[in-house]
Design a protein around this ligand. Sequence first.
Ligand SMILES: *Cc1c(COP(=O)(O)O)cnc(C)c1O
Length: 371
Amino acid sequence: MSTPATAPRTGSVEPFEVRPSSNPRTVAEREAMLAALGFGVDFTDHMARATWTPADGWHERRVEAYAPLLLDPAAAVLHYAQEIFEGMKAYAHPDGSVWTFRPEANAARFARSALRLALPVLSQEDFLESIRALVNVDAEWVPTTPGSSLYLRPFMFASESFLGVRAAQRVDYLVIASPVGPYFPSGIKPVSIWLTRDIKRAAPGGTGDAKCGGNYAASLLPQAQASEKGFDQILFTDSTDSHLEELGGMNVFVIGKDGTASTPRLTGSILEGVTRSSIITLLSERGFDVQERDIPVEELIEGVRSGEVTEVFACGTAAVVTPIGRLAGEGFDLTVGEGEAGETTQWVYQTLTDIQYGRAEDTHGWLTRLV
Ligand SMILES: *Cc1c(COP(=O)(O)O)cnc(C)c1O
């Protein structure tokens, strides 16, 4: 089997041709949507798109009206789940400009995910240009209420109509955008976590470190089981059931009384979050002893019980950080710290969002201007 990879192009960037929607929402309709923001329910008037075939590589780069896709029932993605995605945000700054956070990291991860799922690599230039083009066309959709943003969802899937099992010979790439409100409208709130030990999200050599839809499909059953027990989210352990891995869509940090900040090391079955990586940098600069290591489940349970562990939080682009106030599993049910958002969790949230929203200086060069 040949790997469908397109060599990253160098030199000038090919534009995404803008084909404006003939039927955009009215200003009143848009303002009504922006006044009642949920998460991932409303979408802007346009989407970015490109198509790949072995003969033509990536072509037909365009921004066109947001619309349902016409998909053959035999499209490979519907049968074999050859699909990957990314999640990022565009933030309105006080001066009216619009920025995004570390998009090169998302582009690089998207390329790694593509290789693992035998999808064609989209160059960083194309990735960034697709986002820039879409956000410029739909700039009026970037919300400006505090804590809100335009959530960006780049994704790629096998659109070839073929039931044979091999890498698809036709692939579509799209970016859609959804204005979203603050994840925690009234201040960050702790969530309850069920430690899932019987069902695994990923295993060594699998697709755990690729951002693909299949990983999420595998997490829905244990998530539903935990919801039934009254828990908000689940925490997965590794395939040997010895160490922490991550939540269904967020990485995890454990803060110790002794000044340590631990997060599971990247073993190949954990998704490397951009938020995780940024928090490692910020906490190191703050003077924490940051450790990327194997975190034994029993160590976590004992640490929370004894008070050695003062805070546990999850992190990802959507919520930034989510404090974990209650940690339970088969045979234990514990309150973490005071059961509230701890000092370090709040500091991380504030520091990261201050950079993203342009309220603090971007000393790391993490922001890229879109509009
Ligand atoms: C996307 C994702 C994360 C968080 O990544 P960010 O880049 O920080 O948004 C963590 N775990 C999984 C499984 C994910 O899919």
